[in-house]
Write a protein that binds this ligand. Sequence first.
Ligand code: FAD
Length: 417
Amino acid sequence: MSLNFSKDKICVVIGASHAGVNFAFSLRKEGWEGRIILFDKDPVLPYHRPPLSKAYLTSADAIDKNLLKSAEAYDKSGIELSLGVTINTIDRVAKHVVLSDGRLQTYDTLVLATGARPIIPPIKGLREASNVFTLRTANDVERIRKAMSTSVHKKVVIIGGGYIGLETAASLKKLGASVTVLEREERILARVTAPEMSDFFEKLHASNGVEVLTNKNVVSIAKQANFNQVMCADTTSYEADIIIVGVGVHVNVALAEQVGLDIANGIKVNEAAKAATDIYAIGDCTSHYNPHYDRFIRLESVQNAVDQAKIAAAAICDKKPVYNSIPWFWSDQYDIKLQMVGLSTGYTKALLRKEEGTQIKFSIWYFKNDELLAVDAVNNAKAYVLGTKFIKNKTKIDQLKLVDPFSEFKPAALMIK
Ligand SMILES: Cc1cc2nc3c(=O)[nH]c(=O)nc-3n(C[C@H](O)[C@H](O)[C@H](O)COP(=O)(O)OP(=O)(O)OC[C@H]3O[C@@H](n4cnc5c(N)ncnc54)[C@H](O)[C@@H]3O)c2cc1C
């Protein structure tokens, strides 16, 4: 019998969110009989993060409506959850971690699932301004909801026009706010989508009464008696009683750095999520090798956190799993559902496929020469499913037929034989 199935073994997981929690349950499922201890600095029972900027923000729900697993589920699987505890140090030689209260916890296998944290940009006056929030935790949502309920003018400025900024804009608009999004680049979502998609989302927000302004580099904030004056490099300024900062994340790699793991835009891991002897890393904090794109990538997505969690659990239990997923992601804004599959980085051509009918329904297909790299599908699950299949199988597609709305939207009709 493998040593990993011994009851005496201890697996310690740092970070109890999508990656850490899924890992713990997968490890049990794979047959690990030893202790599994999950640590997280967040004192709240682990919850789903995607709804934080979407339905959860606009609801009055308590966090227990949004949990990854019930408290009983951890008990039932013999998973020890230690919340409100920060791990500050790892000793790789002694094989223990040091808890914030000074206690030591030994491990046989260590899993880093430390994720990422919001960037606080160096904007003059940001720290002194009132009602400034990032959005990563349940507590952030509680504070934003509270500020919204007590704000008289509900004037919100969102710094950053990425997915989190835009979803938050749509949600706060729904709660009755007057919202302005300030984006530094010349278009929103510039890093992740084609200009056509940026244009679509700019118009979508405008038609819902949200002001989206680009080329707006926020340089300082002046706190006034009842509001903040948000000032941009082009000398324009915007009043806000609530400011949301959504300009990206820093990866939590300090612990990994401390113990000399290889770091390059995240903790470097192999296809089995292994970072070093007896140490694995999973989720947003990793840079992992993706065989399909033949390069190391770092993803911020639930799917990747769950996939890597399963891979690491299987590997620890002596299976030979290999990470070979095509990344996918989604975003909900107003009544629009965007589903994205693949990675469009390096695309040379973006083709638009529109469907007939009254409902907004289209997709953008990203190619590098003949190779399909990624698909962004708006209210179009079929395009998302087809795109996934084509990318996975490296199918060559008839691009003329693809953009013809009268050609059949089926594999047989689109594939080049
Ligand atoms: C508002 C919002 C909306 C999102 N929407 C989507 C979406 O629509 N679709 C999608 O796929 N993804 C979405 N994401 C991204 C998704 O939530 C992340 O990819 C996912 O949470 C990654 O999980 P993770 O476990 O790797 O990291 P995280 O969720 O970042 O969790 C890491 C955990 O580690 C803990 N931790 C870190 N360091 C320590 C330490 N030293 N000691 C103790 N604990 C520590 C942290 O407290 C945290 O709980 C969204 C994220 C946010 C914030």
